[in-house]
Ligand binder design. Structure first.
Ligand code: SF4
Length: 181
């Protein structure tokens, strides 16, 4: 195992803790700023959206979530291999690669910061049963840093950000009341 050495570790961790950021924030900000804003400001009606409810039930029964991580920096990855320092996140499909990669990388970065050891991140695509490593290189770390800055700005912002219709709107749990511009 190699040591985790990222000069922005402390500042990143502080921002995450101050804003109570979770992996999904890092996924949302990559996909749609309005969605990220709604999630940050706790405007989230996913539980009343049947598509999401069905998807969640399917997901929960397909793979057992690792309960040992609850309460740790708001982490909720699907599986953690503590011995090998690997974190896994399950995805239904292989779509939205960058957003899902950022979410998965976020878990690995937070565990790396917490333990001082470099963790690896893998996405597990349920439909194809394939695993794909999300490499925590300088580019990925910078993406997470930028995303955290953007999330901080969105947290301070009072107005709902503008949003264009995008393919994701078709399956977005907020679509019923978003009224994208
Ligand atoms: S419906 Fe579309 S524009 Fe509105 S929050 Fe969802 S993804 Fe963003």
């Amino acid at each position: 195992m190699s040591e985790f050495d990222w000069p922005k570790s402390k500042a990143f961790q502080q921002r995450v803790e101050n804003l109570n950021l979770h992996g999904l924030h890092f996924q949302h900000v990559e996909l749609c700023e309005r969605r990220a804003w709604m999630y940050l400001h706790k405007v989230n009606f996913a539980q009343w959206h049947s598509r999401v409810a069905t998807g969640t039930a399917k997901h929960e029964t397909s793979y057992q979530r690792d309960h040992s991580v609850r309460g740790l920096f708001g982490l909720a990855p699907d599986r953690i291999d503590w011995d090998k320092h690997i974190v896994y996140e399950n995805k239904g499909t292989g779509g939205a690669v960058e957003a899902s990669s950022n979410q998965t990388a976020f878990y690995a970065v937070m565990l790396s910061i917490a333990t001082g050891q470099a963790w690896k991140a893998y996405m597990h695509v349920l439909t194809t049963r394939r695993k794909r490593e999300v490499v925590l290189d300088a580019v990925r770390l910078e993406k997470l840093w930028s995303a955290s800055q953007r999330l901080a700005a969105l947290m301070d912002q009072q107005d709902v950000p503008p949003a264009q219709k995008i393919p994701l709107c078709k399956t977005c749990s907020l679509a019923l009341f978003c009224g994208h511009d």
